[in-house]
Design a protein around this ligand. Structure first.
Ligand SMILES: Cc1cc2nc3c(=O)[nH]c(=O)nc-3n(C[C@H](O)[C@H](O)[C@H](O)COP(=O)(O)OP(=O)(O)OC[C@H]3O[C@@H](n4cnc5c(N)ncnc54)[C@H](O)[C@@H]3O)c2cc1C
Length: 434
């Protein structure tokens, strides 16, 4: 029944990455008829730093998957390096979150979560690409998502177009989101965007207990660049090495990320053994739409989650957890919609996003703007690195591991940052891209 072309699922999810699979899991778990169309076949490669923070681990645990991470590399904190200083910071103890993260390739992780959704009852159509919404004549503007209840798809097997239908459609097709754009979503170019590149290397330090970030990333001429370089140990003989850069830097268009990566590889501590000989293959990259940059995120029968909605954390480029979280949130509002709430329930999803992430992402965008000037970036990082206590609180803010019910230094500092961000916005120093 479920694989007949004319079957109408309660929900059709386009994309089986973190956002789509989490949404499908929570819907299936609640007993709804949900199907995912995923153009690739799991396990599949996905360009990523492969880092899971305590926020992401919490979501995986809630999906009953922490046991499945037993083979992944558990790490306990962050080693920050800049301007000749090194600080080792453990993940903080925050109610509701573990004090550790994991690194695991997306090849393995995404297959696990998608399989979990299938076990909960979701139908997964792998090797099936959604090309366009069923109703391509949807009107333009804020109601652009109104006319759709399904997708025209092709499967790898025969390549012939057919349709998959749902009473509601979830757009979870990632950063490039062609399907979302066909429905009328667009990125606000005034918001920052990240660009990152990563490669795998063999390393004797593959099971280091800390992930490492280098906050004094430099271009080929030695000038500090807004962004950071990372070394994430994978525990399987390899390390994930990458560089991330922000679009608000005025040199964004001129900067070649491959050269930046070469410069970082030359700058990284030798003990990691990062050399052309230890490389496991060429580096690959991608875009990071952040700070709630993409909208509209709801329509009459459509809802946008994860990277397709520009929901990456601007502070640190983390997107996996926000994919899981927004997929889960969308599932709750879709269940309300299916229970009679209709499109009004979907509109409530957007209001919930604003409540849950609006302020945090506003401050994140202001932070990105602040550090996008190389001189300011240098000043902030060089002064911050002098104080371990300061960096420990900043790490809590940047990883969104605050606990408003028991305010400590991080929560107090964040409310100050919010006031400053709002004041700067009033002075016209708000979102704008260089
Ligand atoms: C270099 C780099 C490093 C990063 N490092 C980290 C990190 O360490 N930690 C972290 O938390 N985040 C990281 N991110 C961000 C993270 O990868 C994303 O935020 C996350 O993958 C978002 O999940 P998603 O489900 O929204 O999208 P995706 O993971 O992109 O999943 C989308 C899925 O949809 C499928 N799809 C696309 N189009 C269609 C279609 N038309 N029909 C059917 N299927 C389709 C794709 O095949 C894919 O499986 C990094 C990003 C980059 C580029």
């Amino acid at each position: 029944m479920a694989d007949r072309d004319d079957h109408v699922h309660d929900v059709l999810v386009v994309g089986g990455g973190p956002a789509g699979s989490s949404c499908a899991y929570w819907l299936a778990e609640a007993g709804w008829d949900v199907a995912v169309v995923e153009k690739k076949e799991f396990p599949r490669e996905k360009t990523c730093g492969d880092g899971l923070t305590p926020r992401a681990v919490r979501q995986l645990a809630d999906m009953g998957l922490e046991g499945a991470l037993a083979g992944a590399h558990r790490y306990h904190g962050l080693r920050s390096i800049a301007f000749g200083r090194t600080l080792e910071l453990e993940w903080p103890t925050v109610p509701g979150f573990p004090t550790y993260g994991y690194t695991i390739t997306r090849h393995d992780l995404d297959a696990l979560v998608c399989e979990r959704a299938a076990k909960a009852g979701a139908t997964i159509y792998q090797g099936t690409e959604a090309h366009e919404p069923l109703d391509p004549s949807a009107p333009e503007g804020p109601d652009a998502l109104a006319g759709c209840a399904g997708a025209v798809v092709t499967t790898k097997m025969d390549g012939a177009p057919s349709a998959r239908r749902g009473r509601y459609v979830v757009v979870a097709d990632g950063a490039n989101s062609r399907f979302g754009r066909a429905l009328g979503t667009s990125r606000d170019r005034n918001y920052p965007q990240g660009m990152a590149l990563r490669g795998y290397y063999r390393s004797e330090r593959h099971d280091d207990p800390l992930i490492e970030s280098h906050l004094d990333l430099r271009d080929a001429n030695g000038a500090v660049v807004p962004g950071y370089g990372w070394v994430f140990p994978l525990g399987d003989g390899r390390i994930n090495v990458g560089v991330g850069l922000l679009s608000t830097d005025h040199r964004w268009k001129g900067l070649n990320t491959a050269r930046l990566m070469d410069a970082f590889v030359a700058q990284a501590p030798r003990s990691w053994g990062i050399t052309p000989e230890s490389a496991c293959g060429p580096a690959t990259g991608g875009r990071l739409p952040m700070g709630m940059a993409v909208g509209p995120r709801t329509g009459a029968n459509t809802i946008v989650v994860g990277d397709a909605g520009g929901l990456i954390n601007p502070f640190n480029g983390e997107g996996i957890s926000y994919g899981y979280e927004t997929g889960r949130l969308a599932a709750a509002y879709l269940a309300e919609a299916l229970s009679g709430g209709g499109s009004e329930s979907l509109a409530a999803y957007e209001r919930h996003l604003e409540r849950a992430y609006g302020e945090y992402y506003r401050v994140g965008r202001a932070f990105v703007r602040l550090i996008s000037d190389p001189a300011r970036m240098r000043l902030c990082v060089a002064s911050g690195m002098r104080s371990r206590a300061f960096m420990a609180q900043l790490m809590r803010i940047m990883a969104n591991l605050m606990h408003p019910a028991t305010p400590g230094p991080a929560e107090v500092a964040f409310s100050g940052m919010l006031k400053a961000a709002d004041a700067l916005e009033r002075l016209g120093w708000g979102d704008r891209s260089a």
